[in-house]
Ligand binder design. Structure first.
Ligand SMILES: [Zn+2]
Ligand SMILES: [Zn+2]
Length: 266
């Protein structure tokens, strides 16, 4: 089968007219995974008819734009049709947040939904720096530079790296080295006047520098604060990196097998 990355949502902060916040679906010969589950992602998955194609969920961190649809996903796994639980892998330390979501969103009169996340998405705590297997799909993890525990993900069988939310670090460059497809956050257009490093984000400039220094084959920018600025963000990235650059948009599919990633449809 073809290994495919589908962009479900690429907005930072909140969903908008251009679609959901962070969400990315992987359909591969090794397994099917949702990466991040921000607001609007469940609707986007359903629109792409991928909502039942899930073996696991990876969540990079607890910020709402990456996790707010976890309880709705738990509902969806149990109502109206009860599906088997699937594992949720997320950073160690997120347990209290997940329990708080369950406490608020649990439905006491339905056994499957008293704790929708714990019951439908049983949690595995990820230690950054270790490799995990989701089915047959291998996932390497790196501690990102962000205000809360956050993971970057690398899929060595697919040549794919997803930075999640992070500032640019030397470790991230090493982690991304030689990726066929680098899905990199570019939250801001330009760093002028803002300290993005402490805030734990990149602009198009840092995303481009990361792609160049890690010598990746294809850069896909994502996590846009404002889509109106996305072309400008790409220009800043291009000034640093002369390889192909795409702007992640819902519904895009990237093929990950064969000779590198390529855009299949927009
Ligand atoms: Zn974010
Ligand atoms: Zn964040």
């Amino acid at each position: 089968m073809t290994n495919t990355l589908t962009i479900i949502g690429s907005r930072a902060g909140s969903p908008g007219p251009e679609g959901p916040a962070s969400g990315y679906h992987l359909a591969t010969e090794y397994g099917r995974v949702l990466m991040d589950c921000g607001p609007g992602v469940l609707a986007g998955l359903t629109r792409e008819r991928l909502h039942t194609d899930l073996d696991a969920v990876l969540v990079s961190h607890q910020h709402a734009d990456h996790s707010a649809d976890l309880a709705p996903l738990g509902y969806h796994r149990a109502f109206p049709v009860v599906r088997p639980p699937i594992p949720l892998l997320a950073p160690k330390g997120i347990e209290e947040y997940l329990a708080a979501l369950d406490a608020v969103h649990g439905i006491p009169t339905l056994a499957e939904l008293k704790t929708p996340i714990a019951t439908q998405l049983p949690f595995t705590a990820i230690e950054p720096g270790r490799q995990y297997a989701v089915g047959d799909l291998l996932v390497d993890t790196l501690e990102a530079k962000h205000p809360v525990p956050t993971l970057s993900f690398r899929f060595p069988q697919l040549g794919l790296v997803y930075t999640a939310d992070t500032a640019l670090t030397d470790e991230l460059i090493e982690f991304s080295r030689g990726a066929r497809l680098l899905l990199a956050e570019a939250t801001y257009v330009t760093p002028e006047g803002r300290n993005f490093d402490e805030h734990g984000h990149m602009s198009g400039i840092e995303a481009g520098r990361l792609a160049a220094e890690a010598a990746v084959e294809h850069l896909v920018l994502t996590h846009f604060s404002d889509f109106a600025d996305a072309d400008q963000t790409r220009e800043y990235a291009h000034a640093q990196y002369d390889g192909p650059i795409s702007l992640a948009q819902p519904g895009q599919r990237y093929r990950l097998s064969g000779s590198g990633a390529e855009l299949r449809s927009a």
